[in-house]
Design a protein around this ligand. Structure first.
Ligand SMILES: O=C(O)CCC(=O)C(=O)O
Ligand SMILES: [Fe+2]
Length: 267
């Protein structure tokens, strides 16, 4: 049983654990409201994007230095309220060095864009909290050894005999083999921590439609708010532009004050 220590001791989170995976993912649908989503989207500065090959990116308050140090500065209010306040209520960053995020990477993916499978590395405490805005998409979860985000064959229907009768196991007992996928809906929060942070990689396929979305292929299916709409759409999610806010706690922080102090010490 994975411990909740890494994301604080708050039992409320237990209900949102992606139970079909042994790794530490938590998925909270509707973590923010539609109004909050609109408000955040309006406040992301239009002139600060860096265009990459398959997405565009902003690092807030700034990119890390070459030796993974953050020049500490407060997060802008639109990224702090209400999101970081809610993290505090849930104790998400209680066990990280600064007890709250000090860095946010904002990624934007248009339909057909994505990010190669990767790990987030040791510049950060092993807790990433991702708020999704705009469209939904699948996060591919792959083993470090595996270089592709493709899905394995699904596990056969799990059945067992009870009182002499064959019974289908309940949804929450379904186990998902890695690689698998986590569906990230707009306004949701995904927490990646513990083993999921350290031992797995994540990526987003550069496709325009996520297909074959159902209880067997999506590890957080029973937590997905809009699963009935997806079923009605034949298990398809047509991508729209999605923006993700990935909140992290950078381990090494230098302050302007400590820089001045460093200079003074050298004299
Ligand atoms: O957009 C996402 O959900 C993932 C982004 C990501 O993996 C990263 O910025 O390191
Ligand atoms: Fe990442």
């Amino acid at each position: 049983m994975p411990s909740l220590q890494a994301v604080g001791g708050n039992k409320a989170l237990q209900a949102f654990r992606v139970a079909g995976l042994s790794s530490d993912f938590y998925y909270i649908p509707n973590f923010i409201s539609v109004e909050e989503e609109v408000s955040i989207l309006q406040k992301i500065p239009a002139q600060r994007w860096t265009q990459l090959t398959h997405r565009r990116l902003q690092a807030v308050p700034s990119t890390l230095t070459k030796n993974n140090t953050l020049l500490g500065a407060p997060l802008p209010t639109y990224l702090f309220n209400p999101v970081v306040q809610r993290f505090k209520e849930l104790g998400i960053f209680d066990e990280t060095p600064h007890q709250q995020p000090n860095h946010v990477l904002i990624n934007e993916y248009k339909p057909g864009e994505g990010i190669m499978p990767h790990e987030d590395g040791d510049a950060y405490a092993p807790v990433v909290a991702t708020v999704s805005l705009g469209g939904a998409l699948c996060l591919d979860i792959v083993n470090k050894a595996s270089s592709s985000g493709c899905l394995d064959e699904e596990k056969d229907d799990v059945t067992r005999f009870e009182n002499g009768e064959e019974m289908e196991l309940k949804e929450e007992l379904t186990e998902y083999k890695i690689p698998t996928r986590i569906l990230q809906e707009p306004r949701s929060l995904l927490i990646t921590t513990g083993d999921a942070y350290r031992n797995l990689m994540h990526g987003i396929a550069s496709i325009e439609v996520d297909v074959n979305l159902n209880a067997k292929t999506i590890a957080n299916w029973n937590l997905v708010d809009d699963r009935h709409a997806i079923e009605e759409a034949g298990g398809r999610n047509v991508r729209e532009t999605r923006i993700s806010l990935t909140y992290r706690d950078v381990l090494k922080v230098s302050s302007a004050a400590s820089k001045v102090f460093g200079v003074l010490q050298k004299r």
